[in-house]
Design a protein around this ligand. Sequence first.
Ligand SMILES: C[S@@+](CC[C@H](N)C(=O)[O-])C[C@H]1O[C@@H](n2cnc3c(N)ncnc32)[C@H](O)[C@@H]1O
Length: 261
Amino acid sequence: VVRDQILDRAALHPGDVLLDVGAGDGLIGFGAVERVSPGGRVIFSDVSADLMEVCRGLARSLGVDERCGFVIAGAEDLAPLDPLSVDVVTTRAVLIYVHSKPTAFAEFFRVLRPGGRISVYEPINRLMFPEPRGQFWGYDVGPIRDLADKVKASWNDDPERDSTLMDFDERDLFDYAEDAGFGEIHLELRREVTGRHEPTSWEAFVATSPNPLAPSQGEVIGRALDTVEQLRFETYLRPLVEAGVRTRRRTVAHLWAQKPS
Ligand SMILES: C[S@@+](CC[C@H](N)C(=O)[O-])C[C@H]1O[C@@H](n2cnc3c(N)ncnc32)[C@H](O)[C@@H]1O
């Protein structure tokens, strides 16, 4: 659904060249191949050479490799791509890892032809954390709120808080697009709290981290609480995690825009 939304708003036409920045294993790019056919191409780009090999292998096995290109490049430096060489730039959950987001937008603008489009979809972590008091990763922890507060405070002290994951919100994205020179700009922010039923083992829960740059849940709990507190925390939370009744908070921004013709 998200993939279709990102591609729909990129207004793809047969013959278009689409660049997917931070393509990962190709979720967005492979969804675009048929949409730009006949005549179009999809260029997968990522900082990870391994992931580009994964995409190359997948393209071969899908029989679409002649309609695909693979580029190892960071969003802030798309030097392998010529100016005015693509019709569409897509990116999903990538700018959260990028240090200079304005530079990335300037690069998107540079490689796009006049009239070219961007479709950018990013989580807005700043609007997801901190959770309301009495909730911890979506679990209702009212009776151990004091301990949950300590663990959350430890998250707040984490250097990652000021990292690329948290250093922007949807208004920044809009400004970056405008400052880069994009003309028509649209932004949609979606915030949701939804009920979930996701039974999880305690071991899996403590091993989880919210993103690859962050410490694990267990590390933060160990740092924030003494051993007696840790026991009290686990005794209360473990059954809730194993039962899996929780809420999920999600905030995402989708920005789509056009370079003036
Ligand atoms: C969460 S994954 C998203 C992958 C894909 N866009 C998707 O929606 O499935 C983030 C991707 O961004 C890539 N990445 C991280 N930093 C990057 C950067 N500075 N420039 C380009 N890609 C980057 C990672 O290698 C990874 O493939």
